[in-house]
Structure formats: structure tokens, C-alpha cells
Design a protein. Structure first.
Length: 96
């Protein structure tokens, strides 16, 4: 088992995963935690800015223990939000 940190705005979700889980399975866990439907989520590995592929596993995409992943949501226009991660109590962006 590994855990990953999924960040969006001022929220951080700590998710326990198996390296053989697909991104789609991780999104299902995030739906439960964040109330964001799977089809509106996009996950991006912050260390490489790689958009994670739903059909591939964490291991296949080199997502390891304690990885930091940004979650963006699809807007009503169909476009994706920009990465927006803030420290609690701050309005400034920080990449990791």
C-alpha cells in the first residue's frame, strides 16, 4: 500500500492506494471524499505535470508513495480548471 496526496485549492485528500490500482479507481475514491463526479476530475502528477491516464495504473505512471497530485475539475464550458493549490490561510499558489 502507498498513500498519495491529492490537492485542490485549500483541500488535501490523503488516499491509500495499491500501486496496481488504475487512475479510474483512484478517482472513484476521490468522488466519495470530494463529491466531485469521476467524469469531472482530472489528475495531474505535480512533479512532472503529467496528466494521469484513467486506464493505466499508478505504478505504470510512476506514481509512488507520498506523491502529490493536483485535481482539477471540468468547467461547465467543457474546459479544465487551471491547477489551483493554496496553503491554508493563504491566497498564494505553491507547486508542491
Amino acid at each position: 500500500m502507498i498513500y498519495i496526496r491529492v490537492k485542490r485549492k485549500k483541500s488535501t485528500y490523503f488516499v491509500h492506494c495499491d500501486p496496481d490500482e488504475t487512475i479510474l479507481e483512484v478517482k472513484a475514491k476521490l468522488q466519495t471524499l470530494s463529491d466531485s463526479p469521476i467524469h469531472t476530475q482530472r489528475l495531474i502528477l505535480l512533479s512532472t505535470h503529467q496528466v494521469l491516464d484513467d486506464a493505466r495504473t499508478l505504478a505504470q505512471q510512476k506514481v509512488g508513495n507520498d506523491a502529490i497530485i493536483a485535481m482539477t475539475l471540468r468547467k461547465s464550458t467543457g474546459e479544465w480548471e487551471d491547477i489551483d493549490i493554496q496553503r491554508a490561510g493563504s491566497d498564494s499558489f505553491y507547486p508542491d
